[in-house]
Ligand binder design. Structure first.
Ligand code: NAD
Length: 296
């Protein structure tokens, strides 16, 4: 390890502000040509983390001039009631995007709910039709966190084309779609992709080969400096709360990467917080504006 290297910080805070400024212009253009973009944000229950995410999504809608429609349902809400609401939002011409905040209470089938959203309003990109389109390389809606990861790389000058990208995690919301995007024969793609997961053997031998490492496993500070090569570019998707007695709140957020040690070896790295998180919201807004632009 070279002790003197300090990685460039890829700031999601700064990049997302740049994107939001661009989107503000797009929102007024769409509003003039068609109608003001509208996003319905559905929250079921009172999960504190979900409440925080929903609050910032609604706030940023306001900042960009996107109409935000709040639907807060009690934790006891039935699956039928939620599906009825989605059917109403699907038919509402003022609503261009529908976001159902996950996770849902256990008595509600998440996939059934995601399948009920009109694919043309599926700004989260989780409907099977959009998942299929992504794999086919067709125009649809791309999930926001994976899209945010690619956008961060491109806007920071780290084009994944021709690079070996190692993805840690194979979830439907991050690992799989980010791997699909990286494989595309399109800008932001053309990478050689290896996907690792909980059953991968000799993980370090693989992560050490990465030119770009994308970590999305949900284990605090899992990736250590001995697991990466000198000069790697690191995108840390993880958001984990760990106890910290020095903080007033008694806890703090960390990623899936041990920032302290890995940043001494990496060429560039995203911080947590202030990394992928704000990019996810920016991409949600981008998808909403796009949905409004495509609407009749
Ligand atoms: P998940 O729990 O659905 O999936 C975790 C994945 O990690 C699984 O595919 C599993 O196989 C893999 N995994 C688990 N242990 C492993 C190990 N030891 N080695 C290699 N792989 C292993 O998680 P998720 O929903 O994809 O989220 C991952 C992390 O990203 C979480 O911390 C989550 O909070 C965060 N996240 C952040 C954003 C954002 O906007 N920044 C968005 C979504 C998720």
């Amino acid at each position: 390890m070279s002790p003197n290297r300090t990685a460039k910080i890829i700031s999601g805070k700064e990049l997302s502000a740049e994107i939001r400024a661009e989107l503000k212009v797009d929102v007024s253009a769409v509003a003039k040509a068609k109608r003001t973009p509208g996003l319905a944000v559905v929250l079921v229950g009172e999960d504190p983390a979900s409440q925080v995410y929903v609050k910032s999504k609604r706030r940023i809608c306001g900042e960009l001039g996107i109409n935000s429609y709040a639907h807060d349902l009690p934790v006891t809400c039935t699956e039928r009631r939620l599906l009825n609401l989605i059917a109403k939002l699907n038919d509402d011409p003022k609503v261009h995007g529908i976001l159902v905040q996950m996770p849902l209470p256990e008595h509600i089938d998440e996939q059934k709910v995601l399948n009920a959203v009109d694919p043309a309003k599926d700004v989260d990109g989780f409907h099977p039709l959009n998942v299929g389109k992504l794999l086919n390389g067709e125009e649809g809606f791309v999930p926001c966190t994976p899209a945010g990861c690619i956008e961060m790389l491109l806007r920071s000058g780290y084009d994944p084309a021709g690079k070996h990208v190692v993805v840690l995690g194979r979830s439907n919301i991050v690992g799989k779609p980010v791997a699909a995007l990286l494989m595309q024969k399109a800008p932001g793609g053309n990478a050689t992709v290896t996907v690792c997961h909980s059953r991968t053997k000799n993980l370090s031998a693989i992560t050490k080969q990465a030119d770009i490492l994308i970590a999305a496993i949900g284990i605090p500070e899992f990736v250590k400096s001995r697991m990466v090569k000198e000069g790697v570019i690191v995108i840390d998707v993880g958001i984990n709360r760990i106890p910290d007695k020095t903080r007033k709140s008694g806890s703090r957020l960390v990623g899936d990467v041990d920032f302290e040690s890995v940043s001494k070896k990496a060429k560039a790295i995203t911080p947590v917080p202030g990394g992928v998180g704000p990019m996810t919201i920016a991409m949600l807004m981008k998808n909403t504006v796009e949905a409004a632009r495509r609407s009749n």
